[in-house]
Design a protein around this ligand. Structure first.
Ligand code: PLP
Length: 343
């Protein structure tokens, strides 16, 4: 059984971190019975972080509760962040800034070899504009950190006080959002009297997996946290997850180290590159929609579900196991990728 002392320690350490309320929490935890039956493996449940509420939701909202508290504490009047044209992170950042009355400036880089009017104008980027963010479009090979720093410097010269949030909101502060999510999920499982064997989700900038891994290392190390690489760059992603998880651990003043065996990354499901559709992604998106009325996106959730389906097919879990699929959001990208989802 989970260790009540570890839970109390983590709760206390997280409660001491500055945080704003932006998300609808707790997000639901729901069984996917028809999908589980179809795949013929473990019982699969979905943790609905796509339902986090703010500006169509997604995993970045949990990170932004901590990041925006830090921005406020520093007296910021503007937030700067970065991502691709169809970034879910910058869309949630723009929504949070709007809600908090902060200006938002976004450095968008053309990192994905995918285009067309839908990609350039609909989905997340359409919402960024509705949230009144100012967009700065750059080439794919732009150094995002340098571009944000140059923008911050220009804004400071105008007398503004910018706060810079990295790609995906994945720094130590942002990753705290997923240590807090670990606590939330751990409580939901206890209420249902369920033991989860594994939590599976899309991993990219690393903050989600880092926070979850640190959280469950403290709460119940028997729960496997399995990131599915969607960047086609697994070694770099895993290194970043390790670095951030230990940074979260240290920020929360927990003893020792996150054990090496806590880090699990599955590669081979990203396809050619980040944001490039794969046939397995398309099948996973369509199957989840058809059997469960559950919408997954082409960049993250679809590839993560394809990864989970491959693990089930490979016999990684037993029929008595419970696997949590963490739905990280991203549905606005269904529209720009319309063509990729047709057969
Ligand atoms: C950003 C994002 C992820 C990946 O989360 P990281 O913390 O960047 O690893 C997964 N799914 C969706 C929909 C996202 O927007």
């Amino acid at each position: 059984m989970p260790d009540a002392g570890a839970r109390a320690d983590l709760e206390r350490a997280l409660a001491a971190q500055p945080r704003l309320s932006l998300a609808h929490l707790p997000t639901p935890l729901e069984p996917l019975d028809r999908l589980s039956a179809e795949l013929g493996g473990p019982r699969i449940l979905v943790k609905r972080d796509d339902c986090s509420g703010l500006g169509l939701g997604g995993n970045k909202t949990r990170k932004l509760e901590f990041l925006m508290a830090e921005a406020r504490a520093q007296g910021a009047d503007t937030v700067i962040s970065t991502g691709g044209i169809q970034s879910n992170h910058v869309r949630q950042t723009a929504a949070a800034a709007a809600k908090l009355g902060l200006a938002c400036e976004l450095v968008l880089t053309r990192v994905v070899p995918w285009g067309g009017a839908d990609y350039e104008l609909s989905g997340n980027i359409q919402l960024d504009r509705l949230f009144a963010a100012r967009l700065h479009l750059h080439d794919g090979d732009t150094d995002r950190g340098a571009a944000m720093e140059a923008l911050a410097e220009a804004l400071r010269r105008e007398g503004r006080t910018p706060f810079v949030i990295p790609t995906g909101g994945s720094n130590t502060t942002g990753a705290l959002g997923y240590a807090a999510a670990a606590l939330e999920l751990h409580r939901q499982l206890a209420e249902l009297d369920l033991r989860a064997n594994a939590i599976v989700h899309a991993t990219s900038s690393g903050g989600t997996q880092a926070g979850l891994t640190a959280g469950f290392a403290a709460l119940d190390p028997s729960v496997e946290i399995i990131g599915i690489d969607v960047d086609a760059n697994p070694a770099a992603v895993l290194a970043e997850v390790r670095r951030l998880a230990q940074a979260v651990w240290d920020r929360l003043a927990l003893d020792g180290q996150v054990p090496e065996e806590a880090f699990r990354l599955e590669s081979g499901h990203a396809g050619a590159a980040y944001g490039v559709p794969t046939p397995e992604m398309r099948d996973a998106v369509r199957l989840s929609a058809r059997l469960e009325g559950l919408l997954l996106d082409p960049v993250y959730g679809g590839k993560a579900m394809a990864g989970l389906m491959a693990l089930v097919a490979a016999g990684r879990f037993s029929a008595a196991d419970h696997v949590i699929f963490l739905h990280t959001g991203g549905m606005p990208a269904l529209f720009p990728y319309r063509e990729a989802l047709e057969s």
